[in-house]
Design a binder for this molecule. Structure first.
Ligand SMILES: Nc1ncnc2c1ncn2[C@@H]1O[C@H](COP(=O)(O)OP(=O)(O)OP(=O)(O)O)[C@@H](O)[C@H]1O
Ligand SMILES: [Mg+2]
Length: 244
């Protein structure tokens, strides 16, 4: 692609979101989805890769970084009937579980956090080159950066890791939770940031979605209602409090 050409847009596969992003993610970028516990980060990323396979026949990759995120296959089956196991068998999706002892990513418990990140970068790079996925989902990134104490170091390491994903044609979605205050730092390094949350009214909590930033693109500034149902996640055309 020539430098003057407008970069290709990639459909997010979340109905209603592409319109908020003025057409979807830019190809080859790192897109962060942040939010508190249970706001829908895993579903967002899972739908991004699952629909890429089902609707576009793309090849995708899912990077698991913690014990908790290993249950994604089971959860997506019970929540929406999405059969990731079948897609694995068909060679359409590859899971990379960095907690798997066979990968020897953490050669010992004593390993320095920056060494872990270094081996993570190496592993991701070789897997992306081997599999050549069009979509990558990392659920979630905080486990990787938790032990880094200096903010300056953290910024540099986040940029380093994101750079590995940007080097390739794959479009990446990375989830980050809000528990350890890492989300702010991770958001700085991203090409786009989508924030998931909840809005409280007298009667209930309503799921919300907001495009916090998108480098190089016009976006919608509205806070919209986010819907999760048996068919997956979608953005409603209304603000979160006027619905339901
Ligand atoms: N079929 C469904 N219909 C409606 N809501 C659903 C359905 N399946 C799951 N959910 C809701 O989606 C929520 C979880 O979404 P998800 O796991 O993506 O959140 P998360 O932000 O990744 O949370 P965590 O911080 O625990 O990783 C659940 O709390 C659940 O209530
Ligand atoms: Mg999750």
């Amino acid at each position: 692609m020539g430098e003057k050409e407008i970069p290709e847009r990639i459909e997010t596969k979340i109905p209603g979101l592409d319109e908020m992003l003025n057409g979807g993610f830019f190809k080859g970028t790192v897109n962060v989805v942040s939010g508190g516990s249970g706001t829908g980060k895993t579903i967002f990323g899972a739908q991004f890769i699952y629909k890429g396979v089902i609707e576009n026949d793309e090849k995708v990759m899912c990077i698991i970084t913690s014990e908790e995120s290993r249950s994604i296959v089971r959860e997506m089956k019970t929540s929406f009937g999405w059969d990731f196991e079948k897609l694995v068998d068909e060679g359409k999706i590859v899971f990379v579980d960095i907690t798997d002892p066979a990968l020897r990513l953490q050669k010992s418990v004593e390993i320095a956090p920056s060494e872990l990140i270094k081996s993570f970068k190496k592993l991701v790079e070789s897997k992306i080159e081997e599999i050549k996925p069009q979509r990558v989902f990392v659920d979630s990134i905080e486990a990787l950066f938790l032990a880094i104490e200096s903010n300056y170091k953290l910024r540099t390491l986040i940029d380093d890791v994101f750079g590995v994903f940007r080097k390739h044609d794959a479009t990446t979605v990375i989830s980050v939770g809000t528990m350890f205050d890492l989300d702010k730092m991770v958001e700085y390094g991203a090409d786009s940031v989508i924030q998931l949350g909840r809005v409280k009214t007298k009667e209930a909590f309503h799921r919300s979605i907001y495009v916090m930033k998108m480098r190089g693109s016009k976006t919608s500034n509205e806070l919209r209602a986010l819907n999760i149902s048996d068919s997956g996640m979608s953005v409603l055309p209304t603000p979160p409090y006027s619905e339901g």
